[in-house]
Write a protein that binds this ligand. Structure first.
Ligand SMILES: Cc1cc2nc3c(=O)[nH]c(=O)nc-3n(C[C@H](O)[C@H](O)[C@H](O)COP(=O)(O)OP(=O)(O)OC[C@H]3O[C@@H](n4cnc5c(N)ncnc54)[C@H](O)[C@@H]3O)c2cc1C
Length: 305
């Protein structure tokens, strides 16, 4: 006999997908989570802005605890990759690295990937673990208050990030990643007014010391307490877009107030949706998505015990 379709397949076990898994499992729904194992939260050495943890908590520890909580209520969480999704009437046919799955609904919680500066992977990972490279000023710029900070970037995005950081420190430089800066007169004036040095690249030869990171630029070697890459992100929305789901120009999924994408039965939560790329926001969207999924499914197949 063919297996019953899942009520929901969740793609991604970061804060968004795991929150949804906890809710959906506690709604007594038949769900599965498939996760490729590279949550951005897994890169956080210690988050200090996530409410409820006054001493801070590491990203991997937070994920472990959420994973454990979801399993207590029966969520199946599997390592693997979802490679394709097809829709047929009311059902989704999902190809994963472990075979085919059929589900009544899908929650995409696939997140984004930060674009890294040109540097060796092991140097990058060490720098990240020690707070010498940081990716999220909203999360952790507090930790570099009044310290020398470099931003690798240029153009509108680089200037925006540098100006945001100006609220934390006056000792700031914006370094172009690959060559001369691409800045218009207004951007140069804004940087000058804020006292932010604009240094041409390429930014290369990153060297780590006990409490600082050095980088070679066209103006010589510079040293910082921390460097923030502002090079953009790759939005992991291709599975939804392959079904025709509406997305922004950058690739962020467009959802309604209840996390529904433009494809019936397909929901999205977390960084893959345009919004504040934060753990709390991803969790909130995961909770909203799960409740919507439950109520939308109940309209088609009322749940009774
Ligand atoms: C260095 C760093 C520090 C940060 N610090 C903080 C902080 O202090 N506070 C804060 O609030 N936020 C912080 N953030 C941001 C936070 O990590 C993200 O906002 C959060 O992880 C988003 O959760 P998510 O569930 O949307 O995506 P993610 O956590 O990125 O999880 C997405 C998951 O989907 C999986 N996936 C993707 N595609 C597939 C596929 N096809 N098949 C199967 N699985 C797939 C991935 O493997 C991944 O596990 C930080 C981010 C970084 C990079």
């Amino acid at each position: 006999m063919a297996e019953e379709p899942l009520d929901c397949l969740i793609v991604g076990a970061g804060p968004a997908g795991l929150t949804a898994a906890i809710y959906l499992a506690r709604f007594h729904l038949d769900i599965r989570v498939v996760d490729a194992g590279n949550s951005r939260a897994g890169l956080i050495p210690k988050t200090r802005n996530h409410a409820g943890f006054p001493e801070g908590i590491s990203g991997p520890n937070l994920l472990r605890r959420m994973n454990q909580q979801a399993r207590i209520y029966g969520a199946r969480i599997e390592e693997g990759e979802v490679t394709a999704i097809a829709r047929d009437d009311d059902l989704f046919h999902i190809s994963t690295s472990d075979g085919e799955v059929v589900a009544r609904s899908i929650l995409l919680a696939t997140g984004v990937v930060n674009i890294r500066p040109e540097m060796r992977a092991e140097v990058h990972d060490q720098a990240l673990a020690r707070g010498l490279i940081r990716y999220c000023p909203i999360c952790d710029a507090y930790e570099v208050t009044d310290l020398p900070v470099g931003v690798i970037g240029s153009g509108e995005h680089g200037v925006r990030e540098a100006i945001f950081l100006r609220g934390y420190t006056a000792d700031l430089a914006l370094i172009a990643p690959a060559g001369p800066h691409e800045l218009d007169d207004a951007q140069r004036a804004l940087l000058e007014q804020a006292g932010i040095a604009a240094i041409d690249g390429p930014a290369h030869n990153f060297q780590l010391a006990a409490d600082h990171i050095q980088v070679d630029t066209a103006a010589g070697t510079r040293s910082f307490a921390s460097i923030y890459p502002a090079l953009g992100s790759v939005i992991r929305s291709e599975l939804a877009r392959s079904l025709g789901a509406e997305a922004s120009d950058e690739g962020c999924l467009v959802v309604d107030d209840h996390q529904r994408t433009s494809i019936a039965g397909l929901y999205a939560a977390g960084d893959v949706v345009k919004g504040l790329d934060q753990i709390s926001h991803a969790m909130g969207e995961g909770g909203v998505a799960a409740t919507t999924i439950r109520n939308d499914l109940a309209r088609r197949h009322p749940f009774m015990r």
